[in-house]
Design a binder for this molecule. Sequence first.
Ligand code: PAF
Length: 302
Amino acid sequence: MAQPHSIERPLWTVVGEGAIGLLAAARLYRAGYPVQLHRRVNGPFQFVFQSAAVSQQIHLPHQAQPPYSYVLLPVKAYAVLDALHQLLPLLADNAQLVLSHNGMGTIEQVLPLLKPSQGLWFLSTSHGAFKSDDATVVHSGMGQSVSGALNQAALAQQLEVEQAMQAALGPFTVLEDIWPALWLKLAVNAVINPLTALHQCKNGELENIKYAAAIRLLIEEFVLLAKASGQEVSIEAIEQRVALVIKQTADNYSSMQQDFAKGRRSELDYITGFVLKQAEQHQLQLPAHQAIYQLLLQKSPR
Ligand code: PAF
């Protein structure tokens, strides 16, 4: 099927070729948005989008054309700054940039690099997607997404971003304050990811009673930090969320487990590392997070 022609829908640029980026690109395309991929190498790019309902070839332009007005940047946290330095000269003066990744610590790095007229968003998604090969993305789990504006310039174009992200990664909700959602997601990632990476197990394995004490400790320490950082969270709420995600994703390997299994760089520094850096600023000791960080550092490929 050819890309449905659209006059009024704005062109979105998706950065990279990761599973979430391709999922978003495919869904934007299917909703009639013009889409281009910003990749390290230019050249023909087509891929197959597979979901429970469809299997479709998606043809995108050979070369992304600047200036970029609407950009989705769904790259790993450690790759955000490099990608942004490449993008900065290509961004329109009133560009809208949507970050999406596990972990925290990039927003503070990105905001000062943007012009006051350029909007910044953070999007957190629970959609599941993976690449079964270089040119096939599989939408493996229907999820939802939340997002929040991080500066004034983002608010100026909320409607355009909201409509597109609804198509790309909806059901989609714009939150007035994204930070509680980010802290909750960080809590989930700071428990499930390092434990599954250390023990090289599926998420569901963490339901085993032998992990209960470690999970409880990581959560208790996390809540200490979150409270010191001004977040209103309870141990019970985080325990419930962690248990729910473990159940819902029982058959999955976490992203960090996979990174360690494949000897790739992981998001450890933006998950547990971020937690420890924040703890230091608040002069808090978090021995359980510290211990798992050290153990994983020893196993890290770099
Ligand atoms: O990083 C991941 O794999 C996911 O964020 C999560 C929620 C831990 C599920 O595997």
